[in-house]
Design a protein around this ligand. Sequence first.
Ligand SMILES: Cc1cc2nc3c(=O)[nH]c(=O)nc-3n(C[C@H](O)[C@H](O)[C@H](O)COP(=O)(O)OP(=O)(O)OC[C@H]3O[C@@H](n4cnc5c(N)ncnc54)[C@H](O)[C@@H]3O)c2cc1C
Length: 355
Amino acid sequence: MKEFDYVIIGGGCAGLSLAYELEIHEKLKDKTLAIIEPRDEYKKDKTWSFWGVTSHNFDDCVKKKWENFSINIPDKTNYLQCKNSPYQSIDSGLFYEKINNILNENKNISFFKDISQIDLKDAFVFNSVPSIKKDHRNLWQHFCGVEIETKSNFFDDEIFNLMDFDCDQRESVHFFYTLPYSKNTALVETTWLSKMNDNSQKDYDKQIKDYIENHLNLKDYKIIYREEGAIPLFYPIDKHEKNKINIGTAGGMTRLSTGYTFLNIQDHSRYIRENIENISNVKKYKISTKYQFLDEIFLRVLEKHPEKMSDIFFKMFKASPKTVIKFLSNKSNFFEDLSIILRMPKLTFIKALFY
Ligand SMILES: Cc1cc2nc3c(=O)[nH]c(=O)nc-3n(C[C@H](O)[C@H](O)[C@H](O)COP(=O)(O)OP(=O)(O)OC[C@H]3O[C@@H](n4cnc5c(N)ncnc54)[C@H](O)[C@@H]3O)c2cc1C
């Protein structure tokens, strides 16, 4: 069986981002890498969106950027700007194609379908397959989005809608999210923050149809793409093992209050690449404990008072958008944190410290 210096388990967002980062910085000239990925072919399966608070390697995979957004609850809409760090969407199809074209050029990189095909004994392993405890108390962000196309121009593609809470909440937290890619195409997504074993919200296609036709008042459209998924709003099991680092969702790169993961994966890949020569001894990379603590309290409130969450999100965005964006992208300083915390319902959050 073949031996490798590095093994990446899972050639998804984190696995491929890391392989690409190592390759373009010439860390795989004299080292061998095996990527274990069971899928038969790469095709677009996700749209990764985020505020551009830091640079990344995939500007050429960005489908669209926006400098304006809105958030709304029934009867109230807040219009905001994000000129300093435009919101952007990455097309996973372009991302996979770009990376695989580069990786296929290097003879030191090999792909395998199953871990049993290689010898792991002396390799350093980067694992992106999460190990999740079957604990039904855990919250998930689950969602379904469709990209639609209209015959005539319908959307204002200068502004996207981050959260529209003017919809059925079913004793949970539910919002729609609309990203207009052009005047006649948009991604419309229904998002729920709830328990994964809760099937009461899974009539996604009906929800989306109803929202498009009766809320957006759009009747003449066709669906050209559909994505569905769930992001754990808790950390997968990540126990310390010699010669192994978990990456991606498995490595705790998801911001629990938002589900944003893509840019954290890019920061983590950069950190690994900078320390690759001494990787066995390097300090574990993680989202700062400050955000872990604040998100934990936030999720306790969400679990106990789902009915309050639309107001809480709406109020949060009453702070300067620059501050909120930095906070949600884990780049805020103490004063910025404070300005967000002070907008939260104090008693509810103080009580949540003791649940
Ligand atoms: C539909 C969807 C949309 C999302 N949108 C956003 C977004 O807009 N913004 C954002 O920041 N985050 C988003 N996320 C969260 C996060 O960015 C993604 O989940 C991201 O793909 C996580 O990267 P990953 O490498 O950890 O996992 P994945 O990209 O899922 O990669 C894991 C890989 O492991 C492979 N695999 C599975 N089992 C095995 C096995 N036994 N052995 C080897 N390989 C295996 C899989 O085939 C897959 O390729 C989204 C998530 C989903 C599901």
